[in-house]
Every structure is written in structure tokens, then in C-alpha cells.
Design a protein around this ligand. Structure first.
Ligand code: ADP
Ligand code: MG
Length: 343
């Protein structure tokens, strides 16, 4: 069921993202629990395929480094099993992403939190078997209390957890980081025009020939419809968090995978939140944060220089202030970051 939802979401983006031209190469891999689609324009076939191979390996490396699911060990799972109160030195890459995540947590007033591992596992949306019932109120309350602001930051990438229930989970930021690094890998192989689409987390560089890339933002309720199309050229990331891919209905209520850290319950102020930023890592983290904050989060996103499209709990569509001004002129020659909305 979950996979079907994801495939459907991707096919919508695929149709609207670009009309394949003969000098456009597509490849798809299943990683990070979703289909990752690489689209490369204006490069030789051999060069494009070896670049995609390298970018795929990089994304897989990042999944292996950060995931808290599946077999095997990694620094994040080791940290989650470490004795409370004792500082643990994390590898630089993990500590750096954790510091970014903690900064988003602070700025978003705890709408986003990288320490919801135990709570997320309790809900079970990322496990192989999709859940059908909510957990007990008592367990939700215990874990949400134990998960909030539960880390101590030591020196040089060291952290300790203050309770055995405090567990890291990079689920709302690692995919953005992975496509960021995946795109860097494509660029290091000489690719200048590409899209990486990881199930709705999108990063583009360059253009699609003499046109910008076109990205459709799907309607959170009317599958097959888009709420807007974004034309993007240059280095732009467009990341959407929505309640329509991993969810179940119980007694007339929708339960989905983006939790409000304060209550431990699925956040209820939005149906989807899209962030447009040059950084895919920040776009991923902030799309989750904005989803939790709802309309009141929009001014903060604008203040930080990012753009947002929010579909609120009533289904009304809001654009951050900056977003409402469509950029008029195309400056494709310079590949200056460029976005334009077609409503
Ligand atoms: P997706 O993974 O569908 O792209 P998100 O980027 O919004 O969506 O990430 C949701 C995942 O992040 C959840 O599956 C869970 O692991 C974790 N998560 C849920 N709620 C939060 C939150 N408020 N802050 C940070 N991470 C969260
Ligand atoms: Mg996210």
C-alpha cells in the first residue's frame, strides 16, 4: 500500500517534471525507502551513466550511515544504544548533520526534532508492516516527554542522551542531505544539468536545454492533480512533506508519519508543506518543520530567505510572502537560480 502511494506520487512528478528528449537520460534506483530518479540532460550516455552509478553509491552510503532501520549497525544505532549520561563521539559527518538538525529544532521551536527515534518506532510508519492502529495514549505521552530536548552537546562532535528513551532519527533530513551529496557527485563527474527526485524531495541544477526544469507540486488530496508548477533553473531544491504517503485511517481520522513533537501525535495543521531553497538538506528539514507549524510558520520561512507553499488543514493553499511574486524574466544564460510559479 505504502509503495503504491509512493509510486503514484512519483509518477505525477515524472509526467510534469520534464518531457523526455533524446538527449535526456533517466535512471531509477530504489533506496532510502523510495524510488530515486536521476534525470540528466546534455551529457554523453557513458558519462551520465557512470555519474549516476557514483551518485547512487553515495546515496546508498548515506542511507547506511544514518538509517535506524534494517539489519546491521551504524554510528546512529550505536548512539541510540549507548549508556545515558556518557558522552559519545560521533563521526564528523553524523555530528555535522545532527548540529544542523538541532539548529532547525531550536529555530522552529521544537516543531522539528532529530530525537524522536523511539516515538517514530512506536508509531511504526517506517517499518516493513504498515501500522493500522495508533499506539496507546500512555506510551505516546511517555515517549514524547522523553524525546524532547534530550541531548547534551559536548565538545568536538560529542553528544550524550539523558534517557534510554532518547533516540536519534534523521528521517526528516537525511534524504535531503543524500540528494545534496548525490548532486555534488554528479557535478564532480562533469554533469551540469540534472534532476534528482527522491520521492518528492527534488534537487535540480542547470536547465533542460533552453528551458527551465518544470516541477509539479502534487495536490495532497486530489491525486493526479498538481497545485502549481514551478519552473526552476540553476541550483534549486524543492522538498515536500505530506500526509498522503504514509498513513492509515482509524475511526474517521487520518494518522500519518509526521509527528508533532510536543504531543507525540500526527501533526494536524497541514496537508502538505513545500520548501524551495538552494539547500536540499535545509529544504527537507524545514518542510517537515513547516508541516508541523502550519500557517504560523510561513513568516519564519520567508525571514530565512526560503520560499514555501503550504496546503493547510482546510486544504487552502498559502504561499510565503516572497513566493507570491512570480519572477518575471528568464536568465537561463547565467544559470542564476531562478524560479517562477504557474498557477
Ligand atoms: P518523508 O520522509 O516522507 O519525505 P519527512 O521529510 O517529513 O517526510 O520526514 C518524516 C520522517 O521524519 C518520519 O518518517 C519520521 O522518521 C521523522 N519525523 C516525524 N516527525 C518528525 C518531526 N516533527 N521532526 C523531525 N523528524 C520527524
Ligand atoms: Mg523532511
Amino acid at each position: 500500500m505504502r509503495l503504491i502511494h509512493r509510486l503514484f506520487a512519483i509518477s505525477i512528478l515524472f509526467i510534469t517534471a520534464c518531457s523526455p528528449a533524446s538527449d535526456t537520460i533517466h535512471e531509477t534506483r530504489f533506496m532510502m525507502g523510495t524510488l530515486i530518479e536521476f534525470t540528466i540532460h546534455d551529457a554523453g550516455q557513458e558519462q551520465a551513466l557512470s555519474a549516476i552509478e557514483a551518485a547512487g553509491s553515495e546515496i546508498q552510503r548515506i542511507e547506511n550511515l544514518f538509517t535506524i532501520y534494517g539489519e546491521g549497525s551504524n554510528p546512529v544505532r550505536l548512539f541510540n544504544q549507548s549508556p545515558p549520561g556518557i558522552m559519545q563521539k560521533l563521526p564528523t559527518e553524523v555530528a555535522t548533520l545532527l548540529e544542523t538538525a538541532l539548529e532547525v529544532e531550536k529555530r522552529s521551536g521544537h516543531a522539528f526534532s532529530p530525537t524522536l527515534g523511539a516515538l517514530n518506532r512506536l508509531w511504526g510508519f517506517s517499518q516493513a508492516e504498515a501500522p493500522a492502529l495508533p499506539p496507546s495514549d500512555e506510551k505516546i505521552s511517555t515517549l514524547s516527554k522523553a524525546s524532547l530536548a534530550c541531548l547534551q552537546h559536548g565538545s568536538e562532535g560529542s553528544f550524550s542522551r539523558n534517557s534510554p528513551l532518547c533516540e536519534l532519527d534523521f528521517g526528516a533530513i537525511a534524504k535531503g542531505y543524500a540528494i545534496e551529496r548525490g548532486m555534488e557527485t554528479l557535478q564532480s563527474h562533469g554533469i551540469n544539468h540534472a534532476i534528482i527526485n527522491a520521492g518528492g524531495d527534488i534537487k535540480v541544477i542547470g536547465t533542460h536545454g533552453d528551458r527551465p526544469w518544470k516541477i509539479g507540486i502534487r495536490h495532497p488530496r486530489n491525486s493526479g492533480e498538481v497545485i502549481t508548477t514551478i519552473e526552476a533553473a540553476g541550483e534549486i531544491s524543492i522538498v515536500t512533506s505530506g500526509d498522503y504517503e504514509r498513513y492509515f485511517n482509524h475511526q474517521g481520522r487520518r494518522y500519518h508519519h509526521i509527528l508533532d513533537p510536543q504531543s507525540g501525535m500526527p501533526a494536524s495543521k497541514a496537508q502538505s508543506a513545500t520548501i524551495i531553497s538552494s539547500s536540499a538538506t535545509l529544504a527537507d528539514a524545514w518542510s517537515t518543520a513547516l508541516f508541523v507549524m502550519g500557517r504560523e510558520g510561513l513568516p519564519l520561512i520567508g525571514k530565512m530567505g526560503m520560499n514555501a507553499i503550504l496546503v493547510d488543514d482546510n486544504g487552502d493553499i498559502h504561499y510565503s510572502k516572497k513566493c507570491r511574486i512570480p519572477l518575471a524574466a528568464l536568465t537561463l544564460g547565467s544559470y542564476a537560480p531562478y524560479i517562477r510559479y504557474e498557477n
